[in-house]
Write a protein that binds this ligand. Sequence first.
Ligand SMILES: [Cu+2]
Length: 154
Amino acid sequence: MAMESAVLSQSLVKWCLAGALMTAGLSQAQAREIVVHMKNNGAEGAMVFEPSFIKAAVGDTIKFMPTDKTHNAETIATMLPDGAAPAVGKINETLVVKVDKPGLWGFKCKPHYTMGMVALVQVGAKPANLAAARAAKLPPIAQKRMTAMLAKVK
Ligand SMILES: [Cu+2]
C-alpha cells in the first residue's frame, strides 16, 4: 500500500514537471534565435559579421557562428544597455548571447576590430543608449561601419 502511494505520488510529480517544462518550452518558442555568421568575406566587405545590423526583441538569442576561422564575438563595453552583462566568445567558438535588456548592443571581433569587424544589435524600439552609442570611440574603419549601422536605428 505504502509502495503504491509512493509510486503514485512519483508519477504525479513527473506529470507536473512535464507540464512545467512544456510551459517553459512554449514561452521559449516565442523568443527568436538569430544566427550571425563570422566571415572573412561578405556582401559588406572583408572581415564581417553577417548580418551586421540586427533588430531583436528582449529575450531573443543571438548566436554568433564561427563560419570562417580566426574570429570571435564580444561586446563593446561602451555600447551596452544599462544592466547588460558583457559577453566574450573564444576564437573559433560559437557565442550565444541572450539580449535580455532593451537598447543597443555593440559587438566586435577582437582580432579584426581595427579592420572594422563590428555588429550592432538593436533590442526593442527607441534605444535609451543611442546617444552613448553614437559617442563611443571605435577604430576608424569600425567607426565608419558602426556609424552606418547606427543610422538604421529607429
Ligand atoms: Cu574576425
